[in-house]
Design a protein around this ligand. Sequence first.
Ligand code: HEM
Length: 123
Amino acid sequence: MNDIQNRADVELLVNDFYEKVHKDFDLAPVFVMPEEEWERHITRVVNFWENWLFQTGSYNGGMMWVHLQANQKHGLTTERFERWLALWFMTTDTLFSGPKAEFVKNKALEIGQIMNAKMNSST
Ligand code: HEM
């Protein structure tokens, strides 16, 4: 099995991930949006990961704000974070193997934990 090597691989990963998300009872409703917004979302997520993996400068930031908005609208619960991360890990492991595959799992876990703590910690 190959590691993630280029933008096309990132697109494959992100699209396969969202295929699972769309079939997930709990997560799917959060990601219902008009086709045009959806395409913009996918592009931004692919840019985000491409930038982390290959330092392309293709992502200009602001992700925490986006999730604070999403939390207000839908409620990003701890259960939803756990499910999101489980699907991300599962998708990555099905498609790729190597340091970059490990990186996208570790980075998502790190960011997910920070977001979850911001949104759902009681202290
Ligand atoms: C409960 C878990 C999560 C839910 C339900 C969720 C949901 C969302 C939603 C609704 C958006 C905005 C879509 C739009 O209107 O364009 C978004 C954007 C995004 N999410 Fe998440 N998210 C979750 C966790 C994560 C995690 C752990 C990461 C880790 C990397 C991540 C990465 C991103 C990125 C990169 C964007 C694009 C931000 C931008 O437009 O600048 N998400 N997410």
